[in-house]
Design a protein around this ligand. Structure first.
Ligand SMILES: [Zn+2]
Ligand SMILES: [Zn+2]
Length: 100
């Protein structure tokens, strides 16, 4: 899960730890809906098909995946939450219940 900024994020990250930008989650969408044959995942999402269930499942994954993340703080000690993209300075995320 390499970001455009060059930082390599751990698998399952939704946001880059280095710059906080939202990362692509094509992989999880593909495995979940099995619609890789269309080749237009982004377009399919625009239809709003199963958006709610997808978000729900992602939410369930968050709590399971969160403990696997190893946060790599920036030079000034701040870090971006891999789950919600919030920029934090302490050990806990201000945007969600993630704790590094
Ligand atoms: Zn980045
Ligand atoms: Zn967060």
């Amino acid at each position: 899960m390499k970001c455009n900024c060059g930082f390599v994020n751990q698998e399952g990250s939704k946001y880059c730890q280095h710059c906080g930008i939202k990362l692509s989650i094509k992989k999880s969408i593909l495995s979940r809906d099995n619609i890789s044959s269309t080749g237009t995942i982004a377009g399919a999402g625009a239809k709003g098909v199963s958006v709610a269930p997808l978000a729900y499942m992602n939410g369930k994954e968050d709590s399971k995946v969160a403990s696997r993340f190893t946060i790599t703080p920036l030079e000034d000690g701040t870090w971006f939450c891999p789950l919600c993209g919030e920029k934090n300075t302490g050990n806990g995320c201000r945007g969600c219940d993630f704790t590094r």
